[in-house]
Design a protein around this ligand. Sequence first.
Ligand SMILES: Cc1cc2nc3c(=O)[nH]c(=O)nc-3n(C[C@H](O)[C@H](O)[C@H](O)COP(=O)(O)OP(=O)(O)OC[C@H]3O[C@@H](n4cnc5c(N)ncnc54)[C@H](O)[C@@H]3O)c2cc1C
Length: 282
Amino acid sequence: MQTTSAQTSPAATTARKPKRQAVLEVLAKARISPRLLRLTLGGEQYAQLHRNEQADAYVKLLIPDPASGLQPPYDLDALRAENPELLPVRRTYTVRSWDDAKQQLDIDVVLHGDGEGDGVAARWADQALPGDRIALMGAGGGYTPLADSAAHLLIGDHAALPAIAASLEAMDAAATGRVLIQLEHEEDRLALTRPEGVQLDWVIGSREDLRAAVAALDLSDVGGLQVFCHAERGLTKQLRRLLVTEAGIPRENLSISAYWALGRIEDQFQAEKREPIGAIDG
Ligand SMILES: Cc1cc2nc3c(=O)[nH]c(=O)nc-3n(C[C@H](O)[C@H](O)[C@H](O)COP(=O)(O)OP(=O)(O)OC[C@H]3O[C@@H](n4cnc5c(N)ncnc54)[C@H](O)[C@@H]3O)c2cc1C
């Protein structure tokens, strides 16, 4: 449920509630395609994560500059007040799978930048070794495929592939629908477990190719259609126009937001969500 400013108490607006960090260990690392790394993270503090059942559950990784010498967990309030330049960066990753019995979870990290890890998190993942410690916060999340949806439509790029894969696994066996996933490189396709009635199409090419593939969908009957659409910000805005403005999909049946923005590190991208440039709805 959303909290409106009218429902927020004055105390809640002045006191920042420290978010709980879970410090986990890198237990395993596997390259599941040329540009996708699966990291298994686990340990006793797994229980400190706010585990939720959403198919698109995500965590925030806290990654400090290695030169800072900082070790997790971090006193973020003290750093913000005294050494803001040392604050670890936050990067968002889908929980590809949870394993409560083993107290571990998997995240799949895209090595954007042609496999070299061109970004703080991609580089961290590329260089991570079993035994490394990482602080996580979360989990958030807001989408789960509903069993009573007439049909499903899932649209995403490489960054959304883990969420789409988890969502397909969460679907009812009788579910029907269509999935469009855009990748730049064909060899990054994965075998995805999905209900028989859900058609999966890989769009190998550019963001424009994904826009064209969505524009070519027959969306004349969207009654009962549940939609998940997450990709690069500029593309996501275009997709919203196609899905909401043109096809008339009710906003409440649609999970749509940008997962990243071209030319923006995540810190800027997240900050811009509060500005017109970052708004997907609008
Ligand atoms: C809810 C949510 C769930 C997400 N789940 C996943 C996930 O499971 N796996 C995953 O890999 N990503 C996921 N992302 C996207 C991920 O958080 C961003 O890609 C993030 O910017 C990566 O951080 P970085 O430090 O590697 O790059 P940054 O330092 O943030 O950015 C460096 C440069 O790389 C570019 N860049 C960032 N991401 C990409 C990309 N994917 N492709 C091409 N260029 C890029 C930026 O525009 C910037 O120019 C998710 C995002 C959200 C909001």
